[in-house]
Each structure stands twice: as C-alpha cells, then as structure tokens.
Ligand binder design. Structure first.
Ligand SMILES: [Cu+2]
Length: 118
C-alpha cells in the first residue's frame, strides 16, 4: 500500500513537471523578459529589443537613477543601488527613455531605447 502510494505521488509529480515545462515553452513563444543593467552613468544595453507583451526589468547596480519615458507616460521612482523597476510593453514601437539626473529626452547622455517588435 505504501509503495503504491509512493508510485502515484511520483507519477503526479512527473506530470506536473511536464505540464510546467510545456507552459514555459508556450510563454516563450509569445513574450520574453528583457533585462537592462544600470551603472554610473549608463544603461546596458543602451538599446534592448523585446517582443510585444514583454516585461523589461532595470536593475540598478550603483548610484541613484530613474528610468523615465521621453513622453512621460511611465517612470520609475528614484532607484538606489540594488533596486529594480519593471515595465510591460504591450504595443510594438520605439520607447526612448532617460535618467532624470544624468540624461535628457532625445537620447542625451544617460538614456536608452526599448524597441518592441511584434
Ligand atoms: Cu542616472
């Protein structure tokens, strides 16, 4: 009886793993996660390309910075070392952004672009 139960538990666990792997692959096809690192005083990579529906996360390694859209439609608060900010991009397009402390609209100094494709 105990052995039978162990086999059932193992079988269920294997099924769950398979289901998780399948759904993971499915998610990959339609969206992805983008990652940008913030240092003094730049965004790396400066231009990141992701598919529509993807979330981009900025991770601040040092200093105080913001991630602010040129058109003002989204912005982080001031990020200190170790903090992150995420924004989801639903529509294809080019989304320029900058740091309000060290950059300016139009790609000046500390600035970057999120390129969202279909
Ligand atoms: Cu900055």
């Amino acid at each position: 009886m105990r052995i039978k139960r162990t086999i059932i538990v193992a079988a269920v666990a294997a099924l769950l793993c398979a289901a998780a792997a399948l759904s993971k692959d499915k998610g990959k096809a339609s969206q992805e996660k983008g990652k940008v690192t913030i240092t003094n005083n730049k965004f790396e990579p400066k231009t990141i390309t992701v598919k529509a529906g993807s979330e981009v996360t900025w991770e601040n390694k040092e200093g105080s910075h913001t991630v602010t859209a040129d058109d003002g439609s989204w912005t982080s608060s001031t990020l200190t070392a170790g903090q992150t900010y995420s924004h989801k991009f639903d529509k294809p397009g080019k989304y320029p952004y900058y740091c309000t402390f060290h950059g300016a609209k139009g790609g000046h100094n500390m600035a970057g672009v999120v390129n969202v494709t279909r």
